[in-house]
Write a protein of this length. Structure first.
Lengths: 109, 111
């Protein structure tokens, strides 16, 4: 099975940078996903990492270290609309996706 | 088209009713998924279809019955549900590689 840990809550100021960490212990690894979910809405795909290193997509970047079982999502130039829950999800070798509990990010003016 | 669609958006049903949730994607994705999400919890995987065949059933009760009529469609048939089955039901599709997109979900209430 998968054990996925991420912080419960984070707060940051508009325009700032926030880094959401995710650690995982898995019986098999076939990629790590990050999703954004606003209250009452479906998760929105943000990024996918399967190799070590940094993937950058505009204001969002995601990093993976497979040897450390560690990933982070970096949100730059925070905007009020970035207030949401951010979900780390790990896919195993059977293509099952397991989610962490999510990190609620609150952006303050 | 990077969209997964789901109908209906909202569904209220009694414990004796039979209803179906529908999901559609036209991205050529080979894998389609059903998830259940309760309030303030992450999505929980229910079923996975790969190339139109059921590949994973996460010990879901038989009152939930999935169906994949073709590579673009995925249904979830509901019968004799319980109030605790009330949740957001999410469909997703993916390449099995670097993409997995969710639909907007069906918010189900069982009375």
């Amino acid at each position: 099975g998968q054990n996925i840990d991420q912080p419960t809550e984070m707060t940051a100021t508009e325009g700032a940078i926030v880094q959401i960490n995710c650690t995982y212990q898995t019986s098999g690894f076939n990629g790590l996903f990050w999703y954004q979910q606003h209250a009452g809405e479906a998760p929105t795909f943000l990024s996918y990492n399967v190799l070590d290193g940094l993937e950058e997509k505009g204001r969002f970047s995601s990093f993976l270290s497979r040897s450390k079982g560690y990933s982070y999502l970096l949100l730059k130039e925070l905007q009020m609309k970035d207030s949401a829950s951010y979900l780390c999800a790990v896919r195993d070798n059977d293509y099952k996706l397991s989610f962490g509990a999510g990190t609620t990010v609150t952006v303050r003016a | 088209d990077t969209e997964v669609t789901q109908t209906p958006k909202h569904l209220v049903m009694g414990m004796t009713n039979k209803k179906s949730l529908k999901c559609e994607q036209h991205m050529g994705h080979r894998a389609m998924y059903w998830y259940k999400q309760k309030a303030k919890k992450p999505p929980e995987l229910m079923f996975v279809y790969s190339y139109e065949k059921l590949s994973i059933n996460e010990s879901v009760p038989s009152r939930f019955s999935p169906e994949c009529p073709n590579s673009s469609l995925l249904n979830l048939h509901l019968h004799a549900l319980q109030p605790e089955d009330s949740a957001l039901y999410l469909c997703a599709s993916g390449t099995g590689d670097n993409e997995q997109f969710f639909g907007p979900g069906t918010r189900l209430t069982v009375l």
